[in-house]
Design a binder for this molecule. Structure first.
Ligand code: GKR
Ligand code: MG
Length: 436
């Protein structure tokens, strides 16, 4: 064992990052969202970085895992899973449901742990790559493409957050995107994404307005951007009948329809008659869900997310399973920073059957913890050949975002889109599904 690869210390830094008022079926994004930055320091003096969700339930597991990692090698990636199960008091790794999970599918104790492990796995891979002088994609078997394509992630949104808050902290501050609440606003947003980033595929986050309004928005996009791949994702907000109606109305312009309805049962019924492929980041989010979904033909495209699938190696395992079953593969995204985008790009570069442009929230994020932000050209990111992930931590930015987390009274430390919506509509409660 090369002692230089032994973990000496792990630093966990919870932060709050600015997030615009993006609407979804559950509410609206809060002005800040929590993330965790994980630094894995080796005895050889190398530091690897990883990133994952930052709500308290993730932070608690991350802190416990950080305590026990020193003394193990950064190359012992498979050991992370049992270690995480042990420190979270669940050595058997039960997969019991914790809650219905909202926008990212059912939440289980196992999925929670996998999301934490993913940040550690990426941190270890970054450290290992830096120590060996190899890029992360080489540690995953090597890249099969030099650039990874991303799609524009369109959101209905307000011009600003309703909560005035403290102007110095940026709460309520306007960015220059303005509101997008109708087909014209959505098309204007898409045109800006096309102009500034070169994106060629467009996904609209739906489930916000009654389906006919969202159908009109997608039709407007199809007219404004003829021939471009389009996707619509209401996060499971529709009934079977509504899903089928929307699918039939838009089948000539949609590349795929994403999670039109909630649960395997309803997805299977819609998939059988939709006439357009169904994609998911809610119905198939863990290994135990794969068998039934694929057997029943409930989904035609899985949107992998290295966070909740447990890291980059597990994402490649998912890709192999999809390949074996002829199911397409794309990539899901939630609010994230440049460390995660680098990780997504490395793994995406190694997967032969990445059939679609990947999602990314990144253009909505104005803050970052890396010294040089990623730049999309022609809707693509270059795959870095520098050692590790190829990103450098900006310690001043990290410290400032951590101070914001420390100063928060607790309201922003947990993502709560319904609470944010109540600032504008005090009566708001998370809608039951199907909403329409
Ligand atoms: O950030 O509002 C959001 C999205 O709705 C996100 O939470 C989803 O997980 O983007 C995701 C999706 O594709 O479902
Ligand atoms: Mg989705």
């Amino acid at each position: 064992m090369d002692t230089a690869l032994i973990v000496d210390e792990v630093r966990i830094t919870p932060i709050l990052i600015a997030d615009p008022p993006l609407l979804n079926t559950q509410g609206v994004h809060q002005p800040y969202t929590p993330r965790l930055v994980i630094e894995v320091v080796t005895r050889g003096g190398v530091t690897g970085v990883g990133e994952t969700y930052g709500d308290g339930k993730y932070l608690r597991i991350a802190r416990a895992l950080a305590q026990v990692l020193p003394g193990r090698s950064v190359s012992d990636l498979n050991g992370l899973f049992s270690l995480a199960a042990e420190v979270s008091g669940d050595p058997a790794g039960t997969v019991a449901s914790v809650d219905a999970g909202g926008l990212r599918g059912v939440q289980t104790a196992d999925k929670l742990r996998l999301s934490v492990v993913s940040g550690f796995e990426v941190g270890c891979l970054d450290a290992l790559g830096k120590a060996l002088g190899l890029p992360v994609h080489a540690l995953l078997g090597g890249k099969v493409r030099d650039r990874v394509e991303y799609s524009a992630y369109l959101f209905y949104r307000w011009a600003e957050h309703p909560d005035g808050g403290e102007p110095s902290a940026g709460i309520g501050a306007r960015d220059d995107w303005g509101a997008a609440l109708d087909p014209e606003g959505v098309v204007a947003q898409a045109r800006r994404f096309e102009r500034d980033y070169g994106f060629r595929s467009f996904k609209l986050k739906g489930g916000v307005f009654p389906p006919d309004e969202e159908i009109a928005a997608v039709r407007a996009l199809a007219e404004a951007l003829p021939g471009r791949p389009l996707r619509l994702d209401p996060n499971g907000a529709w009934s079977v009948d509504t899903s089928l109606r929307v699918a039939h109305e838009l089948r000539d312009v949609l590349e795929y329809l994403e999670d039109p309805t909630s649960g395997m049962e309803r997805m299977a019924v819609v998939a059988a008659r939709a006439g357009v492929p169904l994609a998911t980041n809610m119905c198939v989010t863990t290994v135990p869900e794969i068998r039934e979904a694929f057997r029943r033909g409930a989904v035609q495209v899985v949107l992998s997310d290295h966070h909740y699938w447990g890291g980059l190696h597990r994402t490649r395992e998912l890709a192999a399973i999809c390949r074996a079953f002829g199911v397409g593969l794309a990539m899901h995204s939630n609010t994230h920073l440049g460390i995660s985008l680098a990780a997504m790009t490395h793994v995406a570069a190694t997967v032969p059957n990445l059939d679609y442009a990947c999602d990314s929230h990144y253009p909505w994020q104005t803050e970052d913890v890396i010294t040089a932000r990623h730049v999309f050209r022609d809707g693509r990111l270059e795959v870095s050949d520098a050692p590790g992930l190829g990103v450098e931590l900006d310690r001043d930015a990290l410290a400032a975002l951590h101070r914001r987390w420390q100063a928060d009274d607790g309201t922003m430390r947990e993502r709560d889109d319904a609470a944010a919506m109540r600032k504008a509509d005090p009566e708001w409660i998370t809608p039951a599904v199907p909403r329409w």
